[in-house]
Design a protein around this ligand. Structure first.
Ligand code: ITT
Length: 215
């Protein structure tokens, strides 16, 4: 039986990656995956929590309540060691909220990345460690939500390289392959090691159990 679920994100890059990750994690589950963009009347939920897990839970529960469907949310960001874990939950708005501005996501991503590079310009290579962190949340109407986390560690390059991915990918050099930034990985290579891939792979047993229960 086909199960309909909805991705609680308006970031089309995340939607693209999540569709591929879920296709490999739940290949046999016969999922029909909708995204928040298909529910334009449902307002975006303010990210008022101060943890990735808290914000992921907020997004999943709000969309599940509004649509009646199981909802999967992703709250993620970059934690830079020398900045004490920032930008962290402020990763999407590090250079300002840009509320009401007409800047595109690509322009906001570039402004965030440029500000971060400027802030750590004097930091030597030995201290440029960072991690991408992702909290995946599953919200199902009438059930308690579940959150799983994933991360990938690496270092920050001094200038952007590569054109794949989004956000801070062009400056993130994963420990698993120190010759390339994540923006120089293919989608499949990134998903295999990424914070998002790791968080949603950790969610696999929960998805199987909850989606079979919710019929
Ligand atoms: P939704 O809330 O609608 O999901 P968003 O982009 O605002 O979309 P977040 O609040 O979780 O999502 O912020 C995530 C930010 O962290 C994102 O905008 C990037 O700046 C950064 N980020 C997260 N995952 C990333 C990845 O895989 N590659 C590069 N940057 C990433």
């Amino acid at each position: 039986m086909t199960r309909r679920i909805v991705l609680a994100t308006r970031n089309e890059h995340k939607v693209h990656e999540l569709r591929q990750i879920l296709a490999s994690v739940c290949r046999d589950l016969d999922l029909e995956i909708a995204s928040a963009a298909q529910f334009p009347d449902v307002p975006e939920v303010p990210e008022t929590e101060v943890t990735f897990a808290g914000n992921a839970r907020l997004k999943a529960e709000a969309l599940a309540a509004a649509t009646g469907l199981p909802a999967l949310a992703d709250d993620s960001g970059l934690a830079v060691e020398v900045l004490g874990g920032c930008p962290g939950v402020f990763s999407a708005r590090w250079s300002g909220s840009h509320a009401g501005e007409s800047a595109t996501r690509a322009e906001r991503d570039r402004a965030n990345l440029e500000l971060l590079l400027e802030q750590i310009a004097d930091v030597p290579d030995a201290h440029r460690g960072a991690a991408f962190v992702c909290a995946a949340a599953l919200g199902i109407p009438g059930q308690e939500s579940v959150v799983c986390e994933g991360r990938v560690t690496g270092r920050l390059a001094r200038s952007p390289r590569g054109s794949n991915g989004f956000g801070y990918d062009p400056v993130f050099v994963p420990d698993a392959d120190p010759a390339r930034t994540l923006a120089e990985f293919t989608d499949a290579e990134k998903n295999a090691i990424s914070h998002r891939g790791n968080a949603f792979r950790a969610m696999e047993p929960v998805l199987r159990e909850r989606l079979s229960r919710d019929v």
